[in-house]
Design a protein around this ligand. Structure first.
Ligand SMILES: [Zn+2]
Length: 431
């Protein structure tokens, strides 16, 4: 894997280095420096930087027409302030977080830069609309703990992160709606407090001055059965947890239910529980079905805390994509469980991600897939150019830090503006 990072970097480096503006060449030089410090790849595993800082120079803004230096080099006086705005995010990506998904972010940003020869953003373009994002709040009124891998979890702090997110979206004043990617209350929440905890978190979401579109996650289902959860979380249809909506005629959002076929949430004798239990018994020989012991490669996804999309939902997805194609809409697919192995650990992948992606790839309309569930986040672009973006969890934010954001939507890209632990990025696609 490390070799792959180095290879990717060198390819990028060789291909694009010469064509960059001076400021970007300097940013790439930061990459050189990082690579050389850690011969195995870009970062030493698990090491956090002592601190990070952004760099930029020679903005030389002026509200005057473009000109040239005395050597004839073009100067874009009005654009430079836009570069400053974008570059603060860009440099943060380069220096603060240097995992593979963010190297991919670099290549996406690079494409964006190359698309706009005058600088990093087209002048004066406003987003078509914007929406808020947060995932894996996993609130519980219990002391801090750890994941099975030893990652700290801040159960009481996570609701404060949500409060800050809602405040941020309200202050922005131009956020059309917000997406909760699932898992609002943790499975460790004492069961006699489940109803109270879910209600408390939903009330926080309700303080947002706009519509919140929810998804259910495994942790929600550990606390309450679907029959109680769906009406409480104001799903558009209490009969099912998948739906679609169009914030503007040019875009459609499809929310999938990744726990449609699941061993959690349905009554024990429900056909979807039976299908899930049979699948787990067939694919996972462990007595404890949340253990991937002995499972190889992508088979490691057959764990009880994941789930699948049922036949009826797949047919609905196909019909909805047909409809979106007919109306020339671009589609964003959202699901608590990630849909692409490149964007997530194998243990956090949807059971039948391949069947879902087969349907999606039959059409050209899906541009981006958003997910939660894998708390560290991740990013990939699949073989058909669809972006897969897994958002970082609110639960793992130490007190005083955040993980939420909003996404500006344009004709040709989604631009994620994350706070703190949620990485910012551009998802540029073919129109
Ligand atoms: Zn989850």
């Amino acid at each position: 894997m490390d070799q792959k990072i180095v290879w990717l970097f060198h390819t990028l480096h060789k291909k694009f280095y010469g064509g960059f503006s001076q400021s970007i060449r300097r940013s790439l030089a930061s990459f050189d420096f990082l690579t050389m410090s850690y011969p195995n790849g870009l970062v030493s595993q698990g090491k956090q930087p002592l601190f990070s800082f952004g760099v930029i120079t020679d903005v030389q803004y002026a509200d005057i027409p473009d000109g040239r230096s005395f050597l004839g080099v073009p100067r874009y006086y009005r654009n430079s302030i836009l570069v400053l705005r974008k570059l603060t995010t860009f440099v943060k990506i380069l220096i603060v977080d240097t995992q593979i998904p963010l190297l991919v972010s670099l290549s996406v940003s690079v494409r964006l830069i190359m698309g706009y020869p005058n600088g990093l953003v087209p002048q004066g373009k406003q987003p078509l609309f914007s929406f808020g994002v947060i995932t894996d709040v996993q609130y519980a009124d219990i002391p801090d703990g750890h994941s099975v891998h030893g990652v700290p979890r801040y159960y009481r702090n996570s609701i404060l992160v949500l409060q800050k997110a809602v405040q941020n979206w309200n202050n922005h004043q131009n956020i059309s709606f917000s997406l909760n990617l699932g898992d609002i209350v943790d499975g460790f929440c004492p069961k006699d407090q489940s109803l109270e905890a879910v209600t408390k978190v939903v009330k926080e979401f309700d303080k947002f001055n706009g519509r919140v579109y929810h998804m259910i996650g495994n942790h929600c289902l550990y606390n309450l059965p679907r029959s109680k959860l769906l009406p409480l979380m104001t799903f558009p249809n209490v009969e099912r947890a998948y739906y679609d909506f169009s914030p503007i005629p040019e875009y459609r959002f499809i929310v999938l239910d990744g726990y449609d076929i699941s061993a959690i949430g349905w009554p024990h004798d429900h056909p979807h529980t039976i299908d899930a239990v049979n699948l787990l018994n067939e694919k996972n020989p462990n007595l404890e079905k949340n253990s991937p012991n002995g499972l190889v490669d992508l088979e490691r996804r057959f764990l009880k805390f994941n789930g699948g999309v049922g036949k009826e939902q797949l047919e609905w997805l196909d019909k909805t994509l047909q409809d979106a194609t007919k109306y020339n809409q671009k589609v964003v697919v959202c699901c608590h469980i990630p849909l692409d192995p490149g964007a997530t650990s194998k243990e956090a992948l949807l059971w039948n991600y391949d069947e879902v992606m087969d349907v999606i790839h039959r059409y050209d309309c899906v541009k981006v897939c958003l997910a939660g569930h894998d708390h560290t986040g991740g990013h990939s672009v699949d073989s058909c150019g669809v972006h897969h973006w897994v958002l970082e969890a609110a639960l793992e934010c130490p007190p005083g830090t955040d993980a939420f954001g909003y996404i500006d939507v344009y004709e040709d890209r989604l631009s994620l503006i994350g706070t703190d632990r949620m990485a910012s990025s551009e998802m540029v696609f073919n129109q």
